[in-house]
Design a binder for this molecule. Sequence first.
Ligand SMILES: *[C@@H]1O[C@H](CO)[C@@H](O)[C@H](O)[C@H]1NC(C)=O
Length: 485
Amino acid sequence: MALRLLLLCFLAISLATSEASHDYGDALKKCITFFEGQRSGKLPSNQRLTWRRDSALKDGSAAHVDLTGGYYDAGDNVKFGFPMAFTATLLSWSVIDFGKSMGSELEHALSAVRWATDYLLKASATPGVLYVQVGDAFSDHNCWERPEDMDTLRTVYKVDKDHPGSDVAGETAAALAAASIVFRERDPAYARLLLDRAMSVFEFADKHRGAYSKSLNSAVCPFYCDFNGYQDELLWAAAWLHKASKQRAYREYIKTNEKVLGADDTINEFGWDNKHAGINVLISKEVMIGKAYYLESFKLNADTFICSLLPGSSHRQIDYSPGGLIFKTGGSNMQHVTALSFLLLAYSNYMSHSNQHVPCGGDVTATPARLKQIAKRQVDYILGDNPMRMSYMVGYGERFPRRIHHRASSLPSLTSHPARIGCKAGTRYYLAPGPNPNLLVGAVVGGPNRTDSFPDSRQIFQLSEPTTYINAPLVGLLAYFWAHP
Ligand SMILES: *[C@@H]1O[C@H](CO)[C@@H](O)[C@H](O)[C@H]1NC(C)=O
């Protein structure tokens, strides 16, 4: 009894100290600012990360189209359409579910969505064609160059009816549909354009089925190869189109193709490659709040997924590091942390609205409060409550990664070094032991290894590289915890 009291006391103290310790508003602001550092194309006058300048202003010229703009995916200078579209979908979902908690940051979040969707609109402007990548990834990765200096091959890659890409086209349709919800009341004409385009891109994706990893294998693999197949993206796109348009056809598509496209594969993953858990959580909202009971099977899958994250549950499959971070093998672990935590938080809100809880076997029950607590613990880990006692977000807190694997951040800015730095001339900056000269504010890196260690080394890109799809779901998480600390 005494021991139990002592433990309770200890728990109360540690909860109290961690509760007061984070400035979620500051972290949110930085999390969104990061996207400005990833911008490609002509930068606007209100650009806040001013060490970045215009870049890749001729993108698309190889195919006589305008493909300027969009985001570099990570620490390199390639514009990969597949993860960029996923980033836009998740940024949009963040705004849809948590925009009302974003306060003055909402405007910046909307700009971050629009920077991606403006580009996706250009990439999908020709019916039956979708431009899915600008930049030869091998040529790019062979150099350590500022985007402003780039002289690597800006090859343009596309999918069309003879070279299908239902994965990348499905994700692009999902992004455009999700963003149409974001802008529906804020800019109706833009929202209409996004939704119309989402519909035609989906039609193309569904009619000409195939994987872009096959059509464009040598360009996209192994970088953003769709290892998992294109079926999930078709369902994912239909789910977003249904949410955006409420058209019966998409609902029927989901029902008809549920088995064919493997919606019941209970794969507990969510990322640029694999949409399964996301599909089930998204459609569960229709079940729990919209009372679409004919989609109940998706909620059952989502329940299984939620339980797979609950410590102590007999369904638990997803691992945690000794320090408490969700951990999956394969590098860039933080993408799983933020994406899975986002789903937990979104699901917890849908459950609260409909007064639900989910039994997870043993004596473990998934309640909305429990899911929020797990998601918050992950966010707090990122912000500094971890064995390294450091934040994994650049510029947040006192200790954070200083040697991120990022070309623009690690090379001197144009202001301090106006002369060109060529492909191989950049190598010395890559190998330099010191910190990066330019702070890529808000960048969240791949994160610590399985035993919670972080070497802060530019060369270990699996741990030190930021990506747009790590930050996109974190925007929603931080907004929620800012409003509900
Ligand atoms: C994590 O990194 C630390 C320090 O760099 C190292 O000692 C440890 O072996 C690594 N753990 C794993 C599982 O790689």
